[in-house]
Design a protein around this ligand. Sequence first.
Ligand code: ATP
Ligand code: MG
Length: 181
Amino acid sequence: MIREEALRLQSLVDRLLAPHRRHIANDVNIHEVLERVRSIILAEYPHGLQVKRDYDISLPMLAADKEQLIQVVLNIGKNAVQAMQGSGELVFRTRVARQVTLARKRHNLALKLQIIDNGPGIPEEIRNHVFYPLVTGRAEGTGLGLTLAQTFVHQHGGTIEFESRPGYTCFTVLMPFGPDQ
Ligand SMILES: Nc1ncnc2c1ncn2[C@@H]1O[C@H](COP(=O)(O)OP(=O)(O)OP(=O)(O)O)[C@@H](O)[C@H]1O
Ligand SMILES: [Mg+2]
């Protein structure tokens, strides 16, 4: 898993540094992405953490960049686990959203992905700025995780938002399944 992660990060960095071939659109199964992130997070936090799956397995494939999607879910999920100090409950939920407008485009179908934790919630002082670079609530944080997640979601024509209060934080990513849907 470490070798796989190192390769994945290298390819991600390569693409960040090469703006013209940044985005690779392939058929991606969102549940493969979630299962991958789930095992990475559980390997890092083997005690006291539950990662529940609430999947709609009838969802179509996404035309998307799998490495980027893994990074999106990993960045959001890791924040949640860090806020819960490694023990608590994380939920990965997938649903279909119908008739949504994303980036001024109307879509009949879109993916609705939610990553929910029961940790303390996003600190009030930074709630309005968490997507900005260098905004962090952690002593050892760089404040880039959510910025990168948002950039990747936008590159897919999607949106990312959250709701947060003590005991409940939910990040919602909406993303079109493909250019023609
Ligand atoms: N689920 C969450 N629960 C509580 N706080 C959160 C949650 N998600 C994000 N935050 C807060 O938002 C801040 C910004 O997150 P972001 O991922 O952008 O940066 P970071 O985690 O501090 O650093 P990096 O991800 O670059 O290592 C976090 O430091 C944390 O304070
Ligand atoms: Mg982070």
